[in-house]
Design a protein around this ligand. Structure first.
Ligand code: ITT
Length: 187
């Protein structure tokens, strides 16, 4: 393992996935469990940037946070930046009730890294897909209703979610940058 850093989140599932993904790049991740205030903003980037500054103030160590969101085309991108709130209120069943024929959606992840006050690096990625007609599989969050493009099953039913997900793609960008930075600074 080359180096270690913290992942600040209230969500253990996100941490477990991020840890497993980054371990493939030789990066060890520690959990800084905390509840980070989510500001209301139009983009995940703004929310992730805010959460990263907050997390750094709390843990004073190099830290990453993630803001993820499900953008449903027929709902004009809703829930998007409100994905946590919507999941905790109407949940997957509520979303399924709102949709008819048009089921296109996009899952986006923004990883924000902070190792110095007010200095945040952002890494974004997304996966196109669609919303299933009913709940398929268990797992967590929106996994039972999101079918990534090119697949016939939901994230819940995919064996290799961590090799194709929005989180994987954003963390891969982060890992390439982070490892390069470690090498150039001789750590
Ligand atoms: P923190 O902000 O504390 O990290 P959170 O659960 O609020 O945790 P997000 O704002 O990033 O995390 O996620 C928005 C919502 O999307 C939330 O309800 C998550 O459970 C859900 N979500 C995020 N990534 C997901 C994934 O890979 N599969 C299923 N649901 C996901």
């Amino acid at each position: 393992m080359l180096s270690s850093l913290y992942f600040a989140s209230s969500n253990q599932n996100k941490f477990e996935e991020a840890k497993s993904i980054l371990s493939e790049f030789g990066i060890s991740l520690k959990f800084f469990k905390c509840s980070l205030e989510e500001i209301q903003a139009d983009t995940l980037e703004e929310i992730a940037q805010y959460k990263a500054n907050l997390a750094y103030r709390l843990c004073s160590k190099p830290v990453i946070v993630e803001d993820a969101g499900l953008f449903i085309t027929a709902l004009k991108g809703f829930p998007g930046p409100y994905s946590s709130f919507v999941f905790d209120t109407i949940g997957n069943k509520g979303i399924l009730k709102m949709l008819s024929k048009q089921r296109r959606a996009l899952f986006q992840s923004v990883i924000a890294y902070c190792e110095r006050k007010q200095d945040v690096m952002l890494f974004e990625a997304s996966v196109q897909g669609k919303i299933s007609k009913k709940l398929q599989g268990k797992r967590w969050g929106y996994d039972p209703i999101f079918i990534p493009e090119g697949q016939t099953v939901t994230y819940s039913q995919l064996k290799n979610k961590n090799k194709v997900s929005h989180r994987y793609l954003a963390l891969r960008k982060f890992a390439n940058w982070y490892l390069h930075k470690q090498i150039s600074s001789g750590r």
